[in-house]
Design a protein around this ligand. Sequence first.
Ligand SMILES: *Cc1c(COP(=O)(O)O)cnc(C)c1O
Length: 725
Amino acid sequence: MVKRRVEPPALPQRIDRLNELAVDLWWAWNERARDVFRCLDYPLWRATAHNPVRMLRTLPPERLRVAASDRSFVELYDAAIGRLDESRSADETWWARHGVEIPGRCIAYFSAEFALHQSLPIYAGGLGVLAGDHLKEASDLGLPLVAVGFMYPQGYFHQSVSSEGWQEEIYEQLSWADAPVEPAVTQTGERIVIAVPLGERTVLVAVWRVRLGRAKLYLLDTDLEENAPWDRELSARLYGGDRETRIQQEIVLGVGGVRALRALGSDPAIWHLNEGHAAFVVLQRLREALERDVGFDAALAEIRRTTVFTTHTPVPAGHDAFPFNLVETHLAGCWGSLGEHRKDFLALGHYDNGGGPKFNMTALAMRTSNAVNAVSELHGQVTRDMWGPLWPDLPSSQRPVKALTNGIHLATWLSTEMSRLFDRHLGEAWRAEHDDPAVWEAILDLPDEDLWAARRSLRNYLFAFIRERARQRWTQEQVSAARVVAAGTLLDPAALTIGFARRFTGYKRPELIFHDPERLARILNAPKAPVQIVFAGKAHPADDVGKHHLQRVFKRALDPSFGGRIAFVDDYDLHVAHFVVQGCDVWLNTPRKPLEASGTSGMKASLNGVPHLSIGDGWWAEGYTGTNGWLIDGGVGADDPEAADAADAEALYRLLENDVVPTFYGRDAGDIPHRWLRVVKEAIRSVAPQFNTRRMLKQYAQRMYMSSLDPRTQPLGSTRRAARP
Ligand SMILES: *Cc1c(COP(=O)(O)O)cnc(C)c1O
C-alpha cells in the first residue's frame, strides 16, 4: 500500500556500503565522501547534479566492479566509511561535553521546509536553508535532534521563463528511486503509517526517514492509495495551494508530526517550532495530555515549559492566520478529545493583526512557548514592537523575545578552493573551531596571489556553469539567440561580477539597481572597467508582483543597451546557489528596511571572499564593520518608499562608481588587486567566525534548549566528569 523504495543496486562486496553512504546526506558536507562519488564517475556526477543515489542506480555494474578492485578508489572509500561511522557516534561531541543529559529523549524540531541538498526538493528558500543548516550543525555538534517536515512528492516548482520573461511553474514528480529517503519503521521493524483527523474524515500519513550523520529527519506524506484523491494531493507540493490546503497541511504537520514521533518511540524533551506553520504541535500535545486525564491548565503549563519558537517574518501579513470558521471546519475531528476546552484552545490563537481577529499561528506559538527568538538583533526589536498586544503590560524592550542571529553551515557553503587555502594557511583548527574569531586572524596574512588565484578559479567555475546551462537551453529548447545572451553567454570572466540571487518579491527590491538605467548602462559598459550582473531567483507562484519584477529584470537581460552584461540564470536552487555565492565578486542585497528578518545569502558569499554590498538590514545591520564590504544607506526612512528608493539607488551608484569598481580594478604590475583583497580578507575574517551555525546552534542549545529543560536534569559535563577517574 505504501510506495516502496526501489531496491538499491547490488554492489561488489568490497564496496558494499556505498548505498549506505549515498543515502546518508552526511556525504553532502564531507569532502572525502564527496570525493568517493566524484572519482567513481565524474561526468555522471555532474550530469546527475551530484546525486549519488541516482548515480549508483545508473552506473553499469562493470564500472562498479572495476572500482572495487582499484586500490586508490578503495582507499578513498574506506576513509569515507570510517568517517561516516565516526560521525554517527555520540561520544566526544560538543553536546556530550557541554550539553544536558536527557537519556533516551530528544529535541524535536518542526519545520515546513528543509533545504538539505538539491536531490531532495522540499524547500523554497531562506527558511528551508536555515532549517537544513540547523540539522547539519546539530549532527556535527551531537545535539540529540530529531526533525519533522513534509515529503512533498512534487516538491517546490522548477522555474521556466518564457521568451516574454514570464515565470512558468513546472512540478515534477519525484523519482523515489533517486531520492535519499527510506521508509521509516517502528522499533519492531514495521512500516509507519499514522492517522490524522481532518474535518469529518481521517487521512493516513506515511513517514519517510532521511539520515544526516547523527541527526534524523522524518517526512510526512499523504500520497497513499487509501486516501481520497484530494487528500493524496495535500502534501504534494510546497506552498502550492490555497488557504484551505495550507491549514490542512499545518494540521498534518502538527498533529501528524507528534503522532509520527510517538510511533517511532521517541519522547522529545523539547519541542522546537520553526515558524508558525508547525504550531498545531501544541494542539496534539494538549489532546494527548487530556486523554491522560491531565487537566487543561496543567497540560498547558507543561507545554509552555517545553516549547521553543523561532519567528522569521517582520511583515504582519506574512504570519499565517486563518478565519475561525476554517479552523472550526478542519479541526472538527480534533475537538472531541479537547472536550469543553475547545474555546480555551481557540483563544490561544486569537489575534488581530489588522482586518479583524483571526486564529494566528504565531500568536498560538508565542503564547505556548517558554522561549521565543527572532533571527537578528534588528528583527528582535521589530518583533517586540510588532507583537505588543501579547504582552500589554510590558514596554517593548522587556517583551520576552530573544535575538539569536542566523548563521550558515560552513562545511555546506564553503567552496573547496577556499577550504584548501584555509588548510594551508590557518592550521588544522579552523574546521573544528571555526566559531572562534582567533582562528581567523591569520587570514590577514594570506598571500594575495594565492587568494586571488582561488577567487579566479571560483569565478571560472561559475561561468562554466552558466555557459553549460545556456547551451542546454539552446540545444534542448532551441531558445532564441537573444535568450542565449540573456542566459549569460557574453559574460566576461575577467569583469567585476555582481551577484543577486534570492526570491523575487517586492520588499527585496530586485529592480533597485535599474532605478536610473542610463547611469547603470554607463557603469556596466565602461570600456576599461566593465561590470556585469548575474540574477537568479524564483517568485512565489501566487506573487504576481514578484513575477512582474522578474519579468522586467529578464527584459533588461535581453536589452542590447546593457551589452549582454546582465544574465538571468533560471531555476534557482541550492545547486545554482552554490555556484553564484562562490563565483561572483560582490553580493548585492537591497531590501526595504526593516523587512529582511536576517538574510543568509550574504553570509555564504562573504565566507567565500565575495564581499557584501547591502542595505543595513537583517544580519548586515550587525555584520557590517566599515571595512568588510559596503553599506548602502540613502538616509531616507521607510515611511516614504519612493524617496527611499531614489536615495538608496543614488547611494548604490555612488558606491559602485567611487569605491567598488575602482577598488576592483586597482591592480599592481602582476594584475593583482591588493586593495580589493584587503576587503575580501576582512569579509572572511569578520563573517566566518560569527555568522555560522556552529555559533548559532551553541546559542540555541544554551539560551533556548537547556534553559527549557527540567532543572532536575543534570548538566552532562558534571556527571560525566564525576564518573571518570
Ligand atoms: C541562501 C539561500 C536563500 C536565502 O537567500 P537570502 O538572500 O538570504 O534571502 C534562498 N534560496 C536559496 C536556494 C539559498 O541557498
